[in-house]
Write a protein that binds this ligand. Structure first.
Ligand SMILES: [Zn+2]
Length: 289
C-alpha cells in the first residue's frame, strides 16, 4: 500500500496506548533492516531521514525504493523528515513525496518557533503531509556522536506547549523531559510529572526523541502518558558497529568477507529494531489506522 501520513498512524496509536518507532535510514542496509523487523513483527513503522544525514543518503535515489517497499508490504509506513532545519530541506522532502515533516524550531525563541512552525504546517497540510513540531530542547545532537545531557532549564514548559499546539496546528509535538540524543550519561531521568501535565494540556500525540538507552519500564510509563512516537537511532548504529567489530575479530579481514559481514550487520540491526517494537507495543498493529 502507499505510504501513509504520520497523523494516520499516530492518532490510532495514541488512542490505543502504544507507540510507533521512528528509525533512521542512513543507507539501504538500515532501510532493509528496519523493513525486515516491521515485517517480522507485523508492526507499523516510521522511517526517518534526518537533514543532518543528507550527506550520507541521497533522497532522490532512496525514496523510490522506500515507496516500492511500501507498495509491496502490508504494514503502514510513514516517511518522515527528521529534524528539518531549513526550508530547502523541507521543500526537497515534500518534492520527494515524504508523508511527514518534523520541523525543528526548538533553537528559536517561542514566538519565532510558533511563527515558523505555523508556516510549515500551512504548507504541508495543503498537500496532506503531517507536521511534528518541537518545543523545549532535547539534549545532545541528532546524528552526532555526542554524549547527550539534558538541561532541566530547557525542558518543555506546560503552558507554552498548550499555546504552541493550539497556535501552530501541529499533528504531533516532540517534548524535552530529560530525554537526550546520542548516548546517555548515566541513567536517563525522565520527568514523568511534566509529561503527564503536557499530555493533559495538549490534544495531539507526543513524541520522545533520544530513545536509545531508555529502559523498557520508562518507555511503557511514557507511552501511558501520551508518547505515541519514539525516535531511535543510536542503538542501531551501536549494534552495527559492534557486529562489524566482532565479525572482523572472529573471521578476519579477507577481501571476500564483506557480503557475509553486512548480512550479520543487517540482522543485528533488525533484531534491535524488533526488540523496540515489542517494547513500544506496536507489534501486530501493522495496518491499524
Ligand atoms: Zn531527535
Amino acid at each position: 500500500m502507499p505510504l501513509v501520513t504520520l497523523k494516520e498512524v499516530l492518532d490510532t496509536a495514541y488512542r490505543e496506548g502504544y507507540a510507533v518507532g521512528a528509525f533512521n535510514i542512513i543507507d539501504l542496509e538500515f532501510l532493509e533492516a528496519i523493513v525486515l523487523a516491521a515485517h517480522r513483527k507485523n508492526s507499523p513503522v516510521i522511517l526517518n531521514i534526518a537533514e543532518v544525514h543528507f550527506p550520507f543518503v541521497n533522497l532522490e535515489h532512496i525514496v523510490p525504493v522506500v515507496k516500492e517497499i511500501a507498495r509491496e508490504e502490508h504494514f503502514d509506513m510513514v516517511l518522515n523528515l527528521d529534524h528539518g532545519l531549513t526550508m530547502e530541506a523541507i521543500e526537497r522532502a515534500i518534492a520527494n513525496g515524504f508523508t511527514s515533516i518534523m520541523f525543528d524550531g526548538s533553537h528559536l525563541d517561542f514566538d519565532e518557533n510558533v511563527k515558523q512552525t505555523r508556516e510549515v504546517v500551512k504548507m504541508c497540510h495543503a498537500v496532506n503531509i503531517s507536521v511534528e513540531g518541537e518545543l523545549g530542547a532535547v539534549g545532545g545532537a541528532e546524528g552526532g556522536g555526542l554524549v547527550g545531557k539534558a538541561d532541566p532549564s530547557k525542558y518543555t514548559d506546560v503552558v507554552q506547549a498548550k499555546e504552541f499546539a493550539r497556535q501552530t496546528g501541529v499533528d504531533a509535538l516532540a517534548v524535552a523531559i530529560g530525554n537526550s540524543h546520542g548516548k546517555y550519561k548515566g541513567e536517563p531521568d525522565l520527568d514523568f510529572q511534566r509529561l503527564k501535565a503536557i499530555r493533559d494540556a495538549v490534544a495531539v500525540p507526543l513524541v520522545l526523541h533520544g530513545g536509545s538507552g531508555i529502559s523498557a519500564a520508562d518507555f511503557r510509563n511514557a507511552i501511558s502518558l501520551g508518547i505515541a512516537k519514539i525516535n531511535f537511532f543510536t542503538g542501531m548504529s551501536e549494534a552495527a558497529i559492534q557486529t562489524t567489530t566482532s565479525y572482523v575479530q572472529r573471521i578476519g579481514t579477507q577481501y571476500n568477507d564483506y557480503p557475509m559481514m553486512m548480512k550479520e550487520v543487517k540482522e543485528s540491526v533488525a533484531a534491535v529494531v524488533a526488540e523496540q517494537m515489542e517494547i513500544f507495543g506496536s507489534t501486530g498493529k501493522a495496518a491499524n489506522h
